[in-house]
Design a binder for this molecule. Structure first.
Ligand SMILES: Nc1nc2c(c(=O)[nH]1)N[C@H]1C(S)=C(S)[C@@H](COP(=O)(O)O)O[C@H]1N2
Ligand SMILES: [Mo]
Length: 406
């Protein structure tokens, strides 16, 4: 029954596509099966390390001009990606002091503090330990600015500080068992080897909840910009905790109150107090197609495509509205739906040609529902900088142009 409906829907769509797009042009040429030059001669040999096809120009770009040299963030071009994985060269970046050139042979990981057997490990030591590979998203808690929304935003501008990859390495739990955590231990300081010695305190229970000492990403060793040769990876928690170029873990009985958790990465509330240690990335979603800066090529069939994620486990549903929130329809979640990972959602849509407003709203397995911006601002005010997971809208104008609309 369902497939019958789908066939009828696509037949309708086919007529529209042929009239408006590339299929029509080929048919008019009258020779779609001409033998082109590239079929008449032998192709070239592949390079040792492959590159995207010429003309496929997806790229990261700096989201904001850096405050000083080295303080960069670049954003992932979500509008051009398919499925759930981010190619390594397009993973977003956030560096507080640039990308250090770490020599993997001289790099060491020191584990000390409230432990029975302090250790100094080389990369070779780490590579010999039992490993895990898991797919997880990484999102900077500064993703999606709270204020200053712009109609001209692309989804790369508004949501590009999120990526998703398969991370391989040693579970932090494995290493902690090896060094023996002493009674009273409750927090771990993680420190990077970059020029800002980026440091954060991590609660011991979070460290034991699937945290990975990662040395590989999507099958290959980490890229320098992702923390080569070693980074901490904390699934589902704000990206800042996933310390890159990891050189030190110190176990203690209380948080270490580093600069990054006192002056930064806290949330200023309407009453002037600040929330500290807001680690979890709550459920969030965004439509990646159609999205800001794109234009619909005519009325008829369009697949609405987007991404949803939650730091609290699995996404269980995404509702989509095409009329600004009056009616909502469940989108199809594409498997595998993995915990603390991006989930792709899709919804077939017939655009009638008039103005439309597209929204998506994610739900996770704890029952949490992604809030509207009004609901979020009612609790958090507008002086926060981090953790904006509000429902996000794109408007479609009668001419098909797509822009951000709150
Ligand atoms: N050593 C170090 N670790 C770091 C940072 C940094 O500047 N230095 N930036 C943090 C921030 S704010 C984020 S969001 C993530 C970004 O990871 P990525 O650049 O691999 O996307 O790394 C975190 N770990
Ligand atoms: Mo971040």
């Amino acid at each position: 029954m369902r497939s019958e409906n789908r066939r009828a829907f696509l037949r309708l769509a086919g007529g529209t596509l042929a009239g408006a797009g590339a299929t029509g042009a080929l048919a008019r040429d009258g020779a779609p099966l001409d033998v082109p030059a590239w079929t008449r001669e032998q192709g070239v040999n592949a390079p040792g390390y492959g590159r995207p096809a010429p003309g496929e120009t997806l790229a990261r770009y700096p989201r904001l001009p850096p405050a000083f040299p080295g303080a960069t963030s670049t954003v992932t071009p979500l509008q051009g990606l398919h499925g759930i994985l981010t190619p390594n060269g397009l993973h977003f970046e956030r560096h507080h002091a640039g990308i250090p050139a770490v020599d993997p042979d001289r790099h060491r990981l020191v584990v000390h503090g409230l432990v029975e057997r302090p250790l100094v490990l080389t990369m070779d030591d780490l590579l010999r330990l039992p490993a895990v590979s898991r797919l997880h998203f990484l999102e900077c808690s500064g993703n999606t600015p709270w204020v200053g929304a712009k109609a001209g935003w692309t989804v790369q501008d508004s949501h590009g500080l999120i990526s998703c990859a398969e991370w391989t390495g040693v579970e932090l739990a494995t290493l902690l068992a090896e060094v023996g955590v002493k009674p009273g231990a409750a927090w771990i300081l993680a420190e990077g080897a970059d020029a800002c010695a980026m440091s954060r305190s991590i609660p011991l229970d979070a460290a034991l909840d699937g945290a990975i000492l990662a040395y590989a990403q999507n099958g290959e060793r980490l890229r320098p910009e992702q923390g080569y040769p070693l980074r901490l990876f904390l699934p589902g928690l704000e990206g800042n905790l996933s310390i890159k170029w990891l050189r030190r873990l110190k176990v203690g009985d209380r948080p270490f109150q580093t600069r990054e958790e006192t002056s930064k990465y806290t949330d200023l509330m309407p009453d002037g107090t600040a929330r500290q240690f807001t680690f979890v990335m709550e459920a969030k979603s965004v439509i990646t197609s159609p999205s800001g800066g794109q234009a619909l090529r005519g009325p008829g069939f369009h697949e609405i495509r987007g991404l949803a994620w939650t730091g609290r486990g699995r996404i269980v549903g995404v509702d989509v509205s095409t009329d600004g929130g009056a009616r909502w329809e469940p989108a199809r979640l594409e498997g595998p739906v993995l915990p603390r990972c991006l989930t792709r959602f899709r919804l077939p849509w017939r655009w009638e040609g008039g103005p439309a407003k597209l929204l998506s709203r994610a739900r996770d397995e704890t029952g949490y529902v992604q809030p509207s911006r009004e609901a979020l601002v009612a609790v958090r005010g507008t002086r926060s900088y981090y953790h904006n997971n509000a429902v996000f809208g794109w408007s479609v104008a009668a001419d098909g142009a797509v822009r951000h609309a709150a």
